[in-house]
Design a protein around this ligand. Structure first.
Ligand SMILES: *Cc1c(COP(=O)(O)O)cnc(C)c1O
Length: 220
C-alpha cells in the first residue's frame, strides 16, 4: 500500500485532536515527500545529522520534531528550527536548550521524557527524578525553553495489559504534574505516547501525540 494510503487510513482511525508525527528516520527524502504530498506536515527524526540534512533539503513548512536521545553538544544544530524536542531528560540538557534558544532568539518547546518501560536501555527521567526536577523549579527560570508536556515509551511486548498499565501511569503523571506545577499554563497539554505497535492503546489512555514510523513508511 502506498504511503499516501497509509496516512489516509491512519487519519480515519485517529481522532482529529490527536497529532500524528510521521517518524521518518532512515527513510529517504522521496518517501517523506510522498507523505508531505498527502498533507502530512509533522515529521520526527532521532539523529541530529540526519535531521539537519533533511531540514535543509525539504519544504520549509515541515514541523520537525526531535524524538531521540539528544546529546548536549548537538543541540545548537537543531535549535534554529526544531518545533518540539520530545526527549528532555536532564537539567544539563535543559540548560543547553535554554542557551541555544536564546542564541536563536526563540522559545524551544520540550517534552519531559519519562521512563515507564521495563527495558533498561530506554532513556528518560524516572517518575521520581522528574518530580524532583519539577519541584526544584529551575525550569521556571528558562525563557527560551518551554515545557509543554511529557513523553514516554511502553515496554515492547505483546502483553496489552502491561502496555495499557504503563500508558495509564504516564497519563496519571501528566495529570499530577499539571495539577502541581502547570495549573495555569495552557501550553502544558501534550502527552506523547504510542507508536506503530501500540498507538491504539495509547489513544485510549489519553495520548495527544502519536509517533508513527513503520506503519506509514514500512520497515527501516
Ligand atoms: C523510531 C521511533 C518511533 C517510531 O516507531 P515505529 O514503531 O516505527 O512506529 C517512535 N518513537 C520513538 C522515540 C522512536 O525512536
Amino acid at each position: 500500500m502506498s504511503i499516501r494510503l497509509k496516512i489516509e487510513e491512519l487519519r480515519e482511525i485517529v481522532p482529529s485532536d490527536v497529532k500524528i508525527v510521521a517518524v521518518s528516520k532512515f527513510h529517504s527524502n522521496g518517501e517523506i515527500m510522498e507523505a508531505y504530498d498527502a498533507g502530512q506536515r509533522i515529521f520526527g527524526e532521532s539523529r541530529v545529522q540526519e535531521l539537519v540534512q533533511k531540514q535543509q533539503d525539504l519544504p520549509e513548512d515541515i514541523e520537525w520534531h526531535f524524538i531521540g536521545n539528544l546529546q548536549r553538544n548537538k543541540v545548537k544544530q537543531i535549535a534554529p528550527f526544531v518545533s518540539l524536542i520530545h526527549s528532555l531528560d536532564s537539567e544539563r540538557l535543559m540548560r543547553e536548550i535554554e542557551k541555544q534558544g536564546s542564541v536563536n532568539n526563540r522559545i524551544i518547546p520540550c517534552l519531559l521524557q519519562i521512563h515507564i518501560a521495563d527495558e533498561e536501555t530506554k532513556s528518560g527521567f524516572s517518575p521520581e527524578e522528574c518530580r524532583l526536577f519539577l519541584s526544584e523549579g529551575k525550569w521556571r527560570e528558562c525563557s527560551h525553553m518551554k515545557i509543554t508536556g511529557i513523553m514516554g515509551m511502553a515496554t515492547f511486548t505483546e502483553d496489552e495489559n502491561k502496555v495499557r498499565k504503563e500508558f495509564d501511569q504516564l497519563k496519571s503523571l501528566f495529570d499530577e504534574f499539571k495539577d502541581t506545577h502547570f495549573k495555569n499554563d495552557p501550553d502544558f497539554k501534550e502527552v506523547s505516547m504510542g507508536m506503530t505497535g501500540d498507538y491504539k492503546l495509547a489513544i485510549e489512555a489519553g495520548s495527544t501525540i502519536i509517533r508513527i514510523g513503520t506503519l506509514i513508511f514500512g520497515n527501516r
